[in-house]
Design a binder for this molecule. Structure first.
Ligand code: FES
Length: 108
């Protein structure tokens, strides 16, 4: 069984928190989906769909602050809170994510 197959009572373990360096994002496979998990420098965790809805940019490689994620391809910005865009793009999916004993658990 792989890590991505381990279900918890309310989410899916996608990897270890150490898999995501502080201030960066990484993409994980969850079933048939790809999810980007971000570990901000303030300690907060966020998870979104992995591909930008504009043209498929890799959101895990985007820049971010405490409020928004910016796609690396064309700089459209998306709110962590609900995935809506501050720059007129279609919204992205956001997922609850948390750390449980060093593991990243995403509600997908
Ligand atoms: S692909 Fe993300 S803004 Fe264009």
């Amino acid at each position: 069984m792989s890590v991505t197959d381990v279900a918890t009572t309310t989410g899916v373990v996608v990897g270890r928190i150490d898999d995501v360096p502080m201030g960066e994002g990484r993409t994980f496979v969850v079933g048939s989906e790809q999810v980007a998990v971000f570990r901000l420098r303030n300690g907060s965790l966020h998870a979104t769909q992995a591909a930008c809805p504009h043209a498929g940019g890799p959101l895990a490689d985007g820049q971010s602050d405490v409020d928004v994620l910016v796609c690396p391809l064309h700089q459209y910005a998306y709110r962590w809170s609900d995935g809506t865009s501050t720059s007129g793009a279609a919204p992205i999916r956001v997922y609850p994510v948390r750390e449980v004993e060093g593991e990243l658990v995403v509600d997908v």
